[in-house]
Each structure stands twice: as C-alpha cells, then as structure tokens.
Write a protein that binds this ligand. Structure first.
Ligand code: PDD
Length: 285
C-alpha cells in the first residue's frame, strides 16, 4: 500500500481523507503539479515548484508549505514508497470551509495539500516512444487561463476519450485555426529542420519540459520558432512530437488518420528525447 501525504501527515493511502466541502472537490478550486522521478531522483523539481508558486499567486491562494518543505516531502515519498521511476502528483486547493459558497473562504481556512506517488518502472523506456503516438484534432473548449495549472481537467479527459474512440492516443486542441497544445502536453512540429511550437501566453500551459527541451535544442544549434501553427502545417510537417513531465519527448506519427512525415518517429524528436533524458538525469535532484 502506498504512503501518501495529506495536510502535513504521511498516511497509508486507504486512510487519507479530504473533506466533502473541499473547494477542490466542489469548485475545481485547486492547482497541481506532476514531477517525474528517474533513478529515484526528481526531474526539474525547481521548475515545477516555481510554476506552482506562480499558479497559487495568480489565484490568490495561500501556499501551505515553502519550497524547501515541498522538496523534503517529495523526497520522503520517493523514499518511503521505494520509487525508482514514476511520478509525484501534488495538489493544493483553497481548502474546506464550513459550507458550499462561491465566494472564497475567510483567510483562516487553511489550504489542502495532497501528494502521492505513481510507480512506473521503466518510465523512460516507454514502448510508445519507439513507435510514436497517434493524435486527433479537437476544438479547444477549455477556459482562458491555461497558463495556470488548475485541476479543471474535464475537457482534457473528454479529449482523451474522443481520441480513444477514434483509435488514437491523444488529441491536439485547436483554437482560431491554430494548435494550442495536447490534452496534457505541449505540441511541436518540425519543418525543414525548424522546431515550431506555440508561443507562451494564457492559451497554453508553460511546460517545464518545454522550457528544458527548447533550451537543449538551441544549445544543439537547432532552429526554434515559437509561434502558433495550423493543422494543415502539422499534417504537412516532417515530424511532430509532444513534451510533458510524464512522456518527456514523445514522437507523434499520425494526425487525424494521416501520416506525419514517414509515419515513423523522426530524427529531431529522437535526438531531443535522448538529450532531454540524458541532461535531466544528470541534473536530477
Ligand atoms: N500535464 N500542457 C498541458 C495542458 C498539461 O497538462 C501539461 C502537463 C503540459 C506539459 O507540462 P510539463 O512539461 O510541465 O509537464 C502541457 C501533466 C503531466 C499531467 O496533467 O499529468
């Protein structure tokens, strides 16, 4: 049985409890982070902790713990649950006031904080990375502040189900004719050697993996363009891929039933995956 962390305590998962009045449960009034673990170490903890602080600030939410405590809790969970490869999920909500009320609760209501581990042996050797994944395109019907990592994940869940129903692995979302991102990842195409990915704004999550991958790409003298791209461009691209803390760099080989490039993982995606994994393992804490 897993040991999880709830509001200051490490408890067996079966004994972990959150109130029915919790605003995360009633209003999706909460933020989250997913940090991967490779070789028992945290990948880019600082990036995730910094983005968490920003998400909390944007929503006027109190931080229940500081960065150092958060790191200690992450490490403790990895240790207690003997995680070699996997993920740590963290969620903070605006807490549980005495009743349901749209207005934010009084300042003395403490935020709720929950962390748990997900054990994924061999996470970096995923078979999908060798063959690539298939995506479909769907309309982006999420709210307008996608730069805040909130737990409002119903539409992304619907998107994954639409993909599944279509025999695909994931969906890329499109708004005003341009791809925003994948349901739980950032989206990229490669054309004539240039890596193209949506520019940062409120329309997409500012991926921690995205920041690292673009940095490594530039260091390797690859050309990067941060701008929106159309589905047409995606279908005519030489390659495509996604990035996230749980998939790292994952090739995309099909879009709406149409092959991208050769229909096999491309050299840029493969190389970026290698560089990303190598550098991230080196810098892991
Ligand atoms: N998802 N875009 C969206 C909408 C996401 O949900 C995520 C992450 C990303 C990639 O961000 P990062 O590189 O920081 O993981 C982009 C996580 C993994 C999840 O919901 O499980």
């Amino acid at each position: 049985m897993r040991t999880v962390y709830v509001n200051g305590q490490f408890v067996p998962e079966g004994e972990a409890k959150v109130s029915v009045f919790d605003r995360g449960f009633l209003f999706a009034d909460g933020v989250y982070e997913v940090t991967s673990v490779l070789g028992g170490k945290l990948i880019d903890f600082d990036g995730h902790a910094t983005r968490l602080e920003r998400s909390l600030r944007e929503l006027d939410m109190k931080a229940p713990v500081d960065k150092d405590e958060l790191l200690a809790v992450h490490r403790e969970l990895v240790e207690i649950n003997s995680i070699e490869d996997g993920m740590i999920y963290l969620q903070i909500t605006r807490g549980a006031p005495a009743d349901r009320d749209f207005a934010y609760p009084a300042a003395d209501v403490e935020p709720t904080i929950v962390l748990f581990t997900q054990n994924k042996p061999g996470l970096a050797d995923s078979p999908a990375a060798k063959v690539g994944i298939k995506v479909i395109s769907i309309e982006d019907q999420r709210w307008g502040r996608r730069d805040i990592k909130t737990v409002q994940l119903l539409y992304p869940s619907m998107g994954k189900m639409m993909a599944k129903a279509a025999g695909a692995d994931d969906a890329w979302m499109v708004e005003d004719g341009k791809v925003t991102e994948g349901t739980s990842n950032n989206a990229y195409i490669v054309k004539d050697g240039t890596i193209i990915t949506r520019d940062l704004g409120t329309e997409i999550l500012h991926g921690i993996t995205r920041a690292a991958v673009l940095r490594f790409a530039r260091e390797a003298q690859m050309k990067v363009e941060e701008r929106g791209f159309t589905l047409e461009e995606a279908k005519n691209a030489d390659e495509a891929f996604i990035t996230s803390a749980s998939t790292f760099v994952m090739p995309v080989v099909e879009m709406d039933g149409q092959k991208i490039g050769t229909g096999e993982p491309g050299p840029v995606a493969k190389r970026l995956r290698e560089i990303y994994l190598e550098e991230s393992r080196k810098a892991a804490t």
